[in-house]
Design a protein around this ligand. Structure first.
Ligand SMILES: [Zn+2]
Length: 266
């Protein structure tokens, strides 16, 4: 029988053996927050772990891989007004993630792909990744799975071009991964603005999600389906597998001839 790629389902000895084989660790990081009138608050955690499991199962015969336990809390202050939501502040989030990475490192793993499943975590992770590269000996990549897979997801979605919130996309994926947690009788109400209001040029300002969505939805869940969820999940799986395989993503590709010039600005 094929061994599970999930850290939480393995014994310590099985995990040590994967470290000896230099397995790539997928670390899902998500959130626990309101997802409109029709979805349970665990959406981001369930979906992020779900696509990581699919990717790991798809690639584990080709290269060793393990999916670390999902960090279910993230940066979700903007959802607190609806109830049902947990949030970190930045220093706590940074500390918890660093503790996870150091635990992974102490067991002998060398490569970690942080797979994010929550929009509110994106800017924090982009900032942390540089610090974490210095503060650990790990090779760390971070990506947000639904942005990574966006080009492949766009043709599957009818009412939006990318994942929004508690939307056609997330609801379809929940119909696949956790159908019992979709309140079908509330689907008719699961509509919000099609996009979050664009921020004014050159100004950052905190806004509660509630200031632009009464329902807690951005997008429209009414045309969600399990069939779409299956196609979306496959797109996310394939995009993650491509990153695990890609030497360029890990800084392991041969440098181009002009590399000495660099591409850094600022
Ligand atoms: Zn979500």
């Amino acid at each position: 029988m094929t061994q599970s790629p999930m850290w939480k389902e393995l014994t310590a000895a099985e995990i040590r053996a994967l470290a000896e084989r230099n397995a790539t660790v997928l670390l899902p990081v998500a959130s626990m927050e309101q997802h409109g009138p029709h979805l349970a608050v665990g959406v981001d955690t369930i979906l992020c772990e779900g696509v990581c499991r699919l990717a790991a199962e798809a690639i584990q015969d080709e290269t060793p891989v393990i999916v670390a336990p999902t960090l279910w809390c993230g940066m979700a202050e903007h959802h607190m007004a609806y109830g049902g939501t947990f949030t970190f502040d930045i220093p706590t989030y940074r500390s918890v993630l660093l503790a996870f990475l150091k635990s992974i490192e102490r067991h002998g793993f060398k490569k970690v792909l942080i797979v994010n499943g929550h929009g509110g975590n994106i800017s924090a992770l982009a900032a942390f990744v540089q610090d974490f590269a210095v503060e650990t000996g790990l090779k760390i990549c971070a990506t947000t799975y639904f942005e990574l897979a966006q080009p492949a997801m766009e043709p599957i979605l009818e009412d939006q071009e990318r994942i929004r919130h508690a939307c056609e996309g997330e609801t379809s994926l929940m119909m696949l991964f956790a159908p019992a947690l979709v309140r079908h009788e509330k689907l008719a109400e699961a509509v919000g603005p099609s996009v979050t209001t664009p921020r004014p040029l050159r100004v950052d300002r905190y806004r509660s999600f509630r200031s632009f969505s009464e329902t807690g939805v951005v997008g429209d869940a009414r045309r969600a389906s399990k069939a779409k969820g299956e196609r979306l999940a496959a797109a996310c799986r394939d995009a993650l597998v491509a990153v695990i395989r890609d030497p360029e993503a890990w800084g392991e590709a041969a440098p181009p001839a002009h590399a000495a010039q660099g591409d850094a600005t600022g």
